[in-house]
Design a protein. Structure first.
Lengths: 281, 281
């Protein structure tokens, strides 16, 4: 197996695959020399390389870099790997990557995927072989995806402890625009807004409740999220419009001192919370 | 001591005061018979009463009910208590309550306060004698507040393990509009928006990261938050305008695919996060 991108996800899946004895050898590919050094030192990879030439020997290639890098690398990866190699990814936007993968590997050997796992910390030092235990791993095949390739990749993720779910790529992007990308956008905007207020840093010092719960979300890499926001642009702009309406309704109720409308909206939000807790219990 | 409102905060401060032997007797006042029963059973109060007449014997009265109820009860409390009794509150909006308290108790025996502590759970069953250990307890005296009363109340909260900070009431309300009320409003709006989308409940099932971090915030009592939103209306509408601008800037950058502007705003949000973690470390 070759893993391109030795961050939290790439490093964790390499550790998990080695522990499960699902692979013989792990080749780590990363442009950052510190990541390469750490990956070998921490037992994430047997050896590490800077360039994609290292993929020529691999039977399975996992692209674990930011979403725009995945899309950009796919043609190069396709030109480098063996004809029967499987290629998969872990990006949190799927439709544009799936299209690029189907074009680059017309034999259907690209299987797009998205593990629902993440942590505040990043980089190979944060890698954890248990990250995917019980986690949902979404696979988004297209009509070009080879059935055998899909089966192999799914079995591989299952071997790391994940629960695989098949989903349409466009619907995946709509869902995650709402439940992941929008909340990150909202948290970033909130932090930025408070920081920019008069005596903003002083206010931030009193964030014991409320704002503090948003800090994990705003801790993620700005580059990674810039890429996600840009790549999932249309679905994000759609859910953002719905969100702006919801904020506008609350604002209107506050401005008009309409306690009944306020209570109604706050109670609906609680219903949503219960749906989340129920689903993830 | 008499505690009006036997919820999480009222129950916890009664438990903490009893453990610290800061009071001889705790009288709990609550309209809800289940709360009264639980408070006596759990050792929160020595006895519980339904009506405010029970305050006539108290040396210290703590109002631990939603903010609009605090404001509404203050004149009745003032008419009931002994002339030398101290009255304090724990509401998370201060300026309107302080004004009402100064009017109701013109001798300066009302000391407005706000402990920065809270939990997802509510009610007397959630009460915890350790809730205030190390917590910040903001007191917001006015120029009418009696210096001796302020000193006594401050010493009392310190005795429960809290760290007292003095602050101007109007500035308190501006700060908490930004770092507490706005984040709650945003979380409620987010939950409501996603729930209202096409196949909303199905989307909510995939909230492993992102939205899930907002669920604690949206768990709080709708009635309590309706009252806070209505009572701190002007500061909330001000910070909401700043927030809407921040969302608008992100939206514009996404629409225009302006990666540089996006990165800049996401990086500023990270700075805010660091300020928070630094302040609360």
């Amino acid at each position: 197996m070759a893993v391109v991108g030795l961050g939290l996800i790439g490093g964790s899946l390499a550790l998990a695959a080695r522990r499960a004895k699902a692979v013989e050898t792990v080749i780590g590919v990363d442009r950052d020399p510190a990541h390469r050094e750490a990956a070998v030192r921490l037992g994430i990879a047997d050896r590490a390389a800077e360039g994609l030439e290292a993929l020529a020997e691999a039977d399975l290639v996992v692209l674990a870099v930011p979403v725009t890098a995945i899309r950009r690398l796919l043609p190069v990866v396709a030109a480098t790997v063996k004809g029967d190699a499987l290629v998969t990814d872990v990006g949190s936007v799927k439709q544009p990557i799936l299209i690029a993968g189907d074009v680059a590997l017309p034999g259907g050997r690209f299987v797009a995927g998205h593990p629902i796992a993440g942590r505040e910390r990043s980089g190979p030092e944060a890698a954890d072989a248990d990250l995917f235990a019980g986690a949902t791993w979404i696979v988004t095949p297209s009509r070009h995806t080879d059935a055998g390739a899909l089966e192999q990749v799914t079995a591989f993720w299952r071997g790391l402890g994940a629960v695989c779910t098949r989903m349409d790529a466009a619907w995946h992007d709509e869902i995650f625009a709402a439940v992941s990308h929008l909340p990150h956008l909202v948290a970033y905007a909130l932090m930025d807004a408070v920081l920019g207020m008069e005596r903003g840093p002083e206010r931030l010092g009193f964030s014991a409740g409320g704002l503090r719960d948003f800090t994990r979300v705003a801790a993620s890499s700005p580059e990674m999220w810039r890429d996600i926001f840009l790549m999932n642009r249309e679905p994000i702009l759609r859910v953002l419009a719905a969100y702006r309406d919801a904020v506008g309704r609350l604002e209107h109720a506050i401005r008009e001192a309409d306690g009944e409308a306020l209570t109604g909206q706050l109670q609906r939000a609680r219903t949503a919370r219960e749906a989340i807790l129920h689903a993830t219990a």
